[in-house]
Design a protein around this ligand. Structure first.
Ligand SMILES: Cc1ncc(COP(=O)(O)O)c(C=O)c1O
Length: 362
């Protein structure tokens, strides 16, 4: 079958998802296992969101609202932009794909940091884009390097802010420098999937105000702070002209009706957001203190996860953690050897992880 595939498709390393918890338990004969591998919210969704999702199930004989009318209206009110400046996606991931579909033709250039969120590279390869990589500097995006790679052929620049897997962020000054270097025919794609965890950091940029000045797409997610990862819903903001192009590239019913209903309800539950922020702050502090006391270096993070380095074989430690019922991400796919990324969980989960880590280190 491989001889039928496009050449670029064969160059893509498939994204390897983690094992389902139940499967891991069965395989290793564990009574309990916890997943701290995908930067999800440890809390279940808000009760209002669950109720709205359940109610919407009664009409899943109908197609969803292809225009996401109510969700866009709710987002527009919240974000103080017009519904015409918003697109909703099957996760914010889908908007990455739509941007490539709408704006990038084969051999157009895209700029991507290395390492960063893997989907930018995978989706760009699917679209036969020419990728220019900008290596991180001290595990942070290097905006000068990115600016130096811009050419007349650059169509899209992908920025994860905050970044995954490092948890670091581009400051307001760095973002302003980058925005000042964006030519007329280039779109800056700012992925803010972890926005809510970073928004209170003093020099984290408030990018919404640049939307009308330049060709910028900002994406955010319901998967993280709103606990709706399983429903797949995220959104993008941009000038009307950009949103119009993204909509033309979109499948008509890309966001299912249960996701739309749950997202509308989740948006008005401010308590859930505050509760999650507190959980993550306290959990992160606990994890940092424990890693400090074990002499393990980690990257200061403004997200709901931490990247740390073990002195020994990271894959081995990862497997030892698995056997103790703790699923984390080992980072060799990102070429961050001996690094592990752990999502902040509930306090009992964080404690279980630290105990398992202590037992796993030689
Ligand atoms: C940087 C980044 N962007 C986007 C996503 C995907 O978000 P969504 O679930 O909205 O597709 C993730 C998920 O882990 C992420 O880390």
């Amino acid at each position: 079958m491989k001889n039928l595939a496009r050449k670029n498709i064969l160059k893509i390393k498939p994204y390897i998802p983690g094992k389902p918890i139940e499967e891991l338990k069965r395989e290793l004969g564990l009574e309990e296992a916890i997943k701290l591998a995908s930067n999800e919210n440890a809390f279940p969704p808000s009760r209002d969101a669950i109720r709205a999702a359940e109610k919407s199930l009664r009409s899943i004989n109908r197609y969803p609202d292809g225009g996401c009318f109510y969700l866009k209206k709710a987002l527009a009110g919240r974000l103080k932009v017009k519904p015409e400046n918003i697109i909703v996606g099957n996760g914010s991931d889908e908007i990455i794909v739509l941007a490539l579909r709408a704006f990038v033709k084969p051999l157009d250039e895209v700029i991507i940091a290395k390492p960063t969120f893997l989907i930018y590279e995978i989706a760009s390869k699917v679209h036969d884009a020419k990728i220019k990589f900008a290596p991180l500097k001290d595990l942070r995006y290097d905006v000068k390097k990115i600016a130096s790679l811009i050419s007349k052929k650059t169509k899209l620049i992908f920025i994860a802010n905050p970044d995954n897997p490092t948890g670091t962020y581009i400051t307001k000054d760095e973002m302003e420098f980058l925005i000042s270097r964006i030519p007329k025919n280039t779109i800056l794609f700012i992925d803010e999937a972890y926005f809510e965890f970073a928004e209170d950091v003093k020099d984290y940029p408030k990018t919404k105000k640049y939307l009308e000045k330049k060709n910028i797409i900002i994406t955010r997610s319901f998967s993280k702070i709103y606990s709706l990862a399983g429903l797949r819903v995220g959104y993008g903001m941009a000038r009307e002209g950009i949103i119009d192009c993204l909509n033309r590239a979109r499948e008509p019913f890309n966001v299912n009706s249960v996701a739309q209903a749950a997202a509308v309800a989740a948006l008005s539950d401010a308590k859930h957001v505050e509760k999650t922020k507190k959980l993550v702050e306290n959990g992160k502090r606990f994890l940092c203190e424990k890693l400090d006391s074990m002499g393990i270096g980690y990257v200061p993070s403004v997200t709901n996860f931490l990247l740390f380095k073990v002195n020994k074989d990271g894959k081995k430690i990862y497997r030892k953690l698995l056997r103790r019922g703790v699923i984390v991400r080992e980072m060799s796919a990102w070429k961050l050897d001996n690094c592990i990324r752990v999502t902040v969980g509930t306090m009992p989960e964080n404690k279980k992880f630290i105990k398992a880590l202590k037992e796993s280190l030689p």
